[in-house]
Design a protein around this ligand. Structure first.
Ligand code: PLP
Length: 394
């Protein structure tokens, strides 16, 4: 089994399809195998000893590494333009392992208040018990300078934010991180590496819920962290000892999903724009949150920072929660389901899903209204999706 040659010149689609894949001779399989083994043989006790001394990187046990996981990791590293990447059991395993690679008891992290609810609750409910202090800023990062103390170690942002679709200026975030020597981490789940590459701007680590766009078919739970070899090595220690490794079966689905990432995201962006324009004109819709619309507060930043505007949007239905629930209960092509980034279009009420167990004040800060509907655009025909929204709003 030979590995493919590395080429810095390959485009994203070629990298997603070929990077990391073993090359077999004539008669070999084109698709990668799932190495469904928990453990791997040593050739001798001498090799065992060498492994214990850190002198070989041979596979020994899937929690430490596995050939199928390695293929997924090489693809993600290549797509993010990072030296290395590691996959994890879920987005939350990736996020917690990345943050805990930076933070210890007594440290502080500054994070945007607008975050995926799970990340927010990790910081609110778990980190204080570990002696880690969390301070929140708005998506515009105003006030970070005043917030930094000698204990601040990390700046954590998510852009576009879930579900309010606000943008964080990645260049500004990096200026602040450099000025105060903070480790910069960004959740790139909503954009995917197709639309923005934060490592090139200087970010130390990029985290993903691979459950979403990278996997793309709503059939796996996974996460990933990309960054320098050093950072990814530290995250790997956490994955090994906290136990959040990815299963090889999920890694296979992730590898397969990533091969179509580019075409999926391109089509989802196009359809999302059409849907956003339709919703913006609809009399029963109070506000549409989509960075591609000129009316969006961060539209100019989105044009500068992203290659396209993404497949996620949210909107506020006039008439508050009662009208919103009536709408959600009537969609036929859209499914009423949490998660995002798959081929099926989904709608969801963030107050009852991603942002449950949050106070009114916290929801306000996160930009979530009771009547906010989050929409994940899939690969159905745009005309059918628009017709479905029209009948459900009616
Ligand atoms: N980050 C974002 C932006 C998300 O939307 C999610 C999940 O919805 C996560 C992280 C967590 O990922 P997972 O559910 O794979 O643990």
């Amino acid at each position: 089994m030979k590995r493919t040659k590395k080429s810095a010149k390959w485009g994203d689609a070629t990298l997603a399809i070929h990077r990391g894949e073993p090359r077999h001779g004539r008669g070999g399989p084109v698709a990668p195998e799932i190495v469904r083994s928990s453990t791997f043989t040593f050739s001798s006790t001498e090799e065992m000893k060498r492994w214990a001394e850190g002198k070989t990187s041979a596979y020994i046990y899937t929690r430490y590494g596995n050939p199928t996981l390695t293929i997924a990791e090489e693809k993600i590293a290549a797509l993010e333009g990072a030296e290395a990447a590691i996959v994890a059991a879920s987005g939350m395993a990736a996020i917690s392992s990345a943050l805990l690679a930076v933070l210890s008891a007594g440290d502080e992290v500054i994070s945007t208040a607008q975050l995926y609810g799970g990340t927010y609750r990790l910081m609110r409910d778990v980190f204080p018990r570990m002696g880690i202090r969390v301070r929140h800023v708005e998506a515009d990062l105003a006030g970070v300078e005043e917030m930094v103390t000698t204990q601040t170690r990390c700046l954590y942002v998510e852009t576009p934010t879930n579900p309010s679709l606000r943008l964080v200026d990645l260049r500004r975030a990096m200026e602040l991180a450099r000025a105060f020597k903070l480790t910069a981490i960004v959740d790139n789940t909503f954009a995917s590496p197709v639309l923005q590459k934060p490592i090139a701007l200087g970010f130390d680590m990029v985290v993903h819920s691979a459950t979403k766009y990278l996997g793309g078919h709503s059939d796996l739970i996974g996460g990933a962290v990309a960054g320098s070899r050093e950072w990814v090595g530290r995250v790997r220690e956490n994955i090994i000892y906290l136990g959040g490794c990815m299963d090889p079966e999920a890694a296979f689905l992730l590898i397969r999903g990533m091969k179509t990432l580019g075409v999926r995201v391109a089509r989802q962006c196009k359809t999302a724009m059409e849907v956003a324009r339709f919703l913006e004109r609809h009399p029963k819709v109070a506000r549409v949150h989509y960075p591609g619309l000129a009316s969006h507060a961060d539209h100019r930043l989105a044009r500068r920072q992203m290659r396209d505007f993404g497949g996620m949007l949210s909107f506020d239905v006039k008439g508050g929660i009662a009208a919103t629930r009536r709408f959600c209960d009537r969609v036929r092509i859209f499914s009423l389901a949490a998660s995002l980034g798959g081929v099926e279009s989904l709608v969801v009420l963030p107050i009852y899903t991603s942002h449950y167990r949050m106070s009114k004040k916290e929801l306000e800060r996160a930009g979530v209204e009771p009547g906010t509907v989050r929409v994940s655009i899939g690969l159905e025909d745009a005309a059918d999706l628009i017709e479905d929204l029209r009948q459900a709003l009616r």
